[in-house]
Ligand binder design. Sequence first.
Ligand code: 10E
Ligand code: SF4
Length: 319
Amino acid sequence: MTKPNLTLYLAAPRGFCAGVDRAIKIVEMALEKWGAPVFVRHEIVHNKFVVDGLRDKGAIFVEELSDCPDDRPVIFSAHGVAKVVPAEAERRQMIYVDATCPLVSKVHIEAERHYENGLQIIMIGHAGHPETIGTMGQLPDGEVLLVETVDDVATVDVRDPGKLAFVTQTTLSVDDTKDIVAALQARFPAIVGPHKEDICYATTNRQEAVKAVAGKVEAMLVVGAPNSSNSRRLVEVGAKAGCAYAQLVQRADNIDWRALDGISSVAITAGASAPEVLVTEVIDAFRARFNVTVEQVETAVERVNFKVPRVLRDVETEN
Ligand code: 10E
Ligand code: SF4
């Protein structure tokens, strides 16, 4: 039987960002330096395939520091942690390595600077997400208020409207955040903040690439995990940009082939925590069913690279 023709648009940039790359390296190097087991507080990045791979090498994933013994190294995930977490590790004299992405740490520092200047902070982010918990946890309770939507801006109860700053999660929708920032500025004209928001280069670039392909295709698949905020935003951006069927898939066996019946174009991208092998797996699954022509749609070239923490640099040079 002849296979139907399909144009597969591969969005670029996609997949691993510099912060994810660094965080995974940190776990691998820690295992090399200290041997197994090394504990990791929270999924190092939100991807089951990555986490399972590191678990096979000897990492033990836990949600809280209280689940770790005193005498094994612990790594904090790329999403960042509240101040109490390293403080507790210090108190217990544990070896710890902070894999927080430097672009998340930058937001932590920003929040702290505003606090020192006597400002109360409004964080734009998703409630319960580890990055939001970590950023809010840089300051005492009540100093950082959370808004998730434009509607939240109307009801947020601030101490002094003249003494406010805002920060954001790094993985938000660029367009939705623009609206929330505008609402904040309209209600609190004196609010200070970053030039635009704190959304990182990787989030911005992946969303731009999605916008460039969304209008060309009948379907879009985003390779990523359900708990990956940036991956879920890519699905939303694809749908908003006009793609009738935009879906998150963890890997090839997640694809709903019935929904894709009869299509002749598809776009594939991947969240910042999704490894390229899973993208390849998805492309191969399409090749098995269609006569595929791949077209790259590249909207930016990324050259960002972050160094691992000093404590692991001796491992790096040995490699
Ligand atoms: O849920 P998120 O998108 O925040 O995390 P992820 O692990 O899927 O991707 C990496 C992004 C990080 C660490 C947050 N800046
Ligand atoms: Fe860092 Fe952005 Fe990647 Fe998050 S998504 S780890 S902030 S580069």
